[in-house]
Design a protein around this ligand. Sequence first.
Ligand SMILES: Cc1cc2nc3c(=O)[nH]c(=O)nc-3n(C[C@H](O)[C@H](O)[C@H](O)COP(=O)(O)O)c2cc1C
Length: 205
Amino acid sequence: MTDRELQALDVLDDVGQKLLFTEARTANTFAAKAVYDHELAMIWELARWSPSAANSQPLRALFVRTREGKERLVRHLDEGNRAKTLSAPAVAVLAYDVDFHEQMPSVFPARGDVLRAAFAHQAETRQNLAAYSSALQTGVFLLAVRAAGLAAGPMAGFDKAGVDEEFFADTSWRSHLVVNIGHPGTDPWFPRLPRVPIEDAVAWA
Ligand SMILES: Cc1cc2nc3c(=O)[nH]c(=O)nc-3n(C[C@H](O)[C@H](O)[C@H](O)COP(=O)(O)O)c2cc1C
């Protein structure tokens, strides 16, 4: 392949790297400034390009924006997480769909019927695949929140069975993460915690 034929990909500039990675923080308080539906839609429109196993896309999101909705949600959160969610203008309850295989014909047209039939009788495999791929999609979702100029506060400290009963009864959605979304409020960050250095985390071959 000549240099001329090579497809050069863009490199994210410094501003983008800071926004998405090096200066992005987990917010613990939120300003009383609205988050609009079109911003939440933008987050999803970006996040949905995440890779997933066999393009299965098991991630689902419930956007909770009303006072009533937040009160239904906070009952199931760990005590220390409740005030954060009440102060956030929007909250995403992220879930995975254990029946994602039903959509395989539309998301993987070449082999969708075969994959749907193969997964139909493998509930445990579907559960494992959905949990793993939705976790990857969730990382992309958090970057999408940041790309929309908003701060995210992910929280796993909640009663998942309780949230599922409250919002997803009689559905195939299973909650796995609550993400507070908004503009940072007063004193929003905890002190930055150290990251594992490259020497301890990366091997080379
Ligand atoms: C899977 C997951 C679960 C988390 N659960 C909670 C939680 O229950 N409550 C909380 O206050 N923060 C929670 N956090 C936030 C982390 O503590 C925070 O992202 C981490 O310390 C890094 O902070 P920083 O982004 O400001 O550097 C969670 C984050 C993730 C990704």
